[in-house]
Design a protein around this ligand. Structure first.
Ligand code: ARG
Length: 457
């Protein structure tokens, strides 16, 4: 097959080279954006009188036909034509002859592929932002419903202090809200038009890049032709925001795995989101949560691929950059699937409120409240910490809980301890007392939820 770039060649391309250099097997996914970009480009060429207006009209009409053919699954992409761009252009020329041959005026595949990737990531980023909003909504509604449920809060995986389940859920909502901001920020740099940079230098023809930007809904036109054909920062940023997001979903997934164990028994996962074992009949495995955790690895890997791919590239376009697409596509698919799975699964998770509360109240989890009680009695915190530590030691030695000690026993450790200590040691009171801004009391969490909802709307 004659190549669109075949003029200066006399020999044929070897088969292995075609196999090695093709990208159409994966970049055909960009077809919609490729056609959208070409239509805008053709309109601009016609308006500027760079090509005859009637040829521009023909190109636009034929591109729309091709659009419908691809949509209907009737278009055959061929690897001999390398990539999505040349496949579509060849089909255009086959349809309308010389008029079609005018489309690639003042354009190169270098600015074209940058354009397609930007259009693609713009749409996908907007979708991911929408999914993040939904996920945060799900967490808010769970937090709203579970407003009184107390659970153990952990540090070092050791029970630390009682907290509200709603507070814990909102911690994740906060992460997803920052993720949303990161994608929105990245969108600003995605939404810049590279087309018109041509191969690397711009063009001698009187193009109107601002017009193309307007047609395609770009906020800005790239400033430097060399930079715009070789810039993939926007894709790295997208992958970086995705990696961070997956880190968050993975942390949450890890807790779901842990909490659903018999040992924790904090939650029961819905049947629809768990699977059985082929050998052990009793098993109910948290596979979805495990895969959310597991798939994080491939997204990190994609970020690393692209950073590594770009690090040694001299200006401007280099063919290495063709390798940017698969990690980006894989990440988009993984992130969207992950978010959709969580959006559907989380509302079905059943919490074992009694178990959560019992666990929250054990293991001296109100020891810090006792120390703060002593601080209120004018004891320096370091001393209060020491006294409380001794009380805990005494309890461990005598197999007792803080609530089991009598006032006389407490007095042995500090004369300042009075009867009002006992309410302080209650799990509910411990939570209720955390009224600092951002703290875990019901009132503060309620305020947090209200602020969050407002921001997330
Ligand atoms: N398939 C190529 C890519 O994905 C398109 C640009 C090719 N440009 C070139 N001069 N070979 O990067």
């Amino acid at each position: 097959m004659k190549k669109p770039w075949g003029g200066r060649f006399t020999g044929n391309t070897s088969k292995i080279v075609e196999q090695y250099t093709e990208s159409v097997s994966f970049d055909q996914r960009l077809w919609k954006y490729d056609i959208e970009g070409s239509i805008a480009h053709a309109k601009m060429l016609g308006k500027q009188g760079i090509i005859p207006k009637k040829d521009a009209d023909k190109i636009v009409a034929a591109l729309k036909d091709i659009y419908r053919e691809i949509e209907a699954g009737k278009f055959r992409f061929s690897i001999e034509l390398e990539d999505v761009h040349m496949n579509i252009e060849a089909a255009l020329i086959k349809k309308i002859g010389d008029a079609g041959g005018r489309l690639h005026t003042a354009r190169s595949r270098n600015d074209q592929v940058a354009l397609d990737l930007r259009l693609y990531l713009r749409e996908e980023s907007r979708e991911i932002i929408g999914l993040l909003k939904k996920l945060a909504d799900v967490l808010c509604s769970m937090a709203g419903k579970k407003s009184g449920t107390i659970m153990p809060g952990y540090t070092h995986m050791q029970r630390a202090q009682p907290v509200l389940l709603s507070h814990h859920l909102l911690a994740y909502a906060q992460m997803f809200s920052r993720d949303r901001e990161r994608f929105a920020d990245c969108l600003k740099r995605i939404n810049v038009l590279p087309l018109g940079s041509c191969a690397l230098a711009g063009t001698s023809l009187p193009i109107d890049r601002q017009y193309v930007a307007k047609l395609l809904g770009f906020d800005a036109v790239s400033e430097n032709s060399l930079d715009s054909v070789s810039d993939r920062d926007f894709a790295v940023e997208f992958l970086s925001a995705s990696a961070m997001l997956m880190m968050h979903t993975s942390r949450m997934a890890e807790e779901l795995v842990l909490w659903s164990t018999e040992e924790f028994s904090f939650i029961e996962l819905p049947d629809a989101f768990t699977t059985g074992s082929s050998i052990m009949p009793q098993k109910k495995n948290p596979d979805v949560a495990e895969l959310v955790r597991g798939k994080t690895g491939r997204v990190y890997g994609s970020l690393m691929s692209l950073l590594t791919l770009m690090k040694g590239l001299p200006l401007a376009y280099n063919r290495d950059m063709q390798e940017d697409k698969e990690p980006v596509f894989d990440t988009v698919d993984t992130v969207k699937l992950t978010l959709n799975a969580l959006i559907q699964m989380l509302p079905e998770v059943r919490f074992n409120a009694a178990r959560l509360k019992d666990t929250a109240g054990a293991a001296f989890s109100t020891a810090t409240d006792l120390a703060e009680y002593l601080v209120r009695k004018d004891i320096p915190f370091r001393t209060a910490h020491e006294i409380t530590g001794k009380i805990v030691r005494y309890c461990i030695d005598n197999k007792k809980d803080l609530k089991d000690l009598g006032l006389a026993e407490y007095k042995k450790f500090s004369a300042k301890i009075e009867n009002d200590i006992f309410s302080c040691l209650k799990t509910e009171q411990s939570v209720r007392s955390k009224i600092s801004f951002g703290g875990t009391s019901v009132s503060k969490v309620k305020e947090q939820l209200a602020r969050f909802k407002k921001k997330n709307s």
